[in-house]
Each structure stands twice: as C-alpha cells, then as structure tokens.
Design a protein around this ligand. Structure first.
Ligand SMILES: [Zn+2]
Length: 102
C-alpha cells in the first residue's frame, strides 16, 4: 500500500502518469516537444531554457547557487533531461491526489 509523502495515512484517491509532459516552472511554457538545451533545477522548480538565463542572474545576485540541484546535460533537450530524472525515482512521473483522513 502506498502512503503519501507526509505520512499521515491519507488514502490515495488517484494517481496520474503525466507521460511526456514537461513544463517550465518559471513561465509555465509547455516544453514537452521543445528541443532546446539548457535549464536547471533550483530548489523544487525546474526552469527551462526560456527562463534559465534570467533566473541564473537572479540566483547569483542572491548568492543562492547552492540551491541549484541539477543542470541540464549539455546538448540534451531540457524536456528529455527532465524525463530522464523522473524515470530515476519511483512515482517520479506521477501526480498523486490524496483524500481526507477517514
Ligand atoms: Zn520558462
């Protein structure tokens, strides 16, 4: 039986595999079929090539480079890189919805 990340014993109502879908957390652009390389993961957000330059300047301005958890493999499409990361952890490709305590 699967449990939700907070460990409160909430029932799993649905889990949806998001498939190939990749979105930029900076601007919301749909990057699923975008072939551009670049981008990175900062804290829990994935910034695509569309926002990487702008975000990086901001992050450096605050001295927060240590929160960059990964950078897109050079030459690899951002979306392919994100999909590869998801594939490395169980449930990494799912959106899960939990209900109220019984
Ligand atoms: Zn963006």
């Amino acid at each position: 039986m699967s449990t939700e990340p907070m460990g409160l014993g909430l029932p799993l109502i649905s889990s949806t595999d998001i498939g190939r879908f990749v979105e930029c957390d900076g601007c919301g652009a749909d990057l699923t079929e975008d072939t551009r390389t670049g981008g990175f993961i900062f804290t829990n957000h994935a910034y695509g090539p569309c926002c990487a330059g702008r975000m990086l300047r901001s992050i450096r301005g605050y001295g927060e480079e240590k929160y960059i958890r990964g950078t897109c493999t050079p030459g690899m499409a951002f979306a392919d890189w994100i999909r590869e990361l998801r594939a490395q952890r169980p449930g990494g490709n799912e959106i899960r919805v939990y209900g109220s305590p019984a």
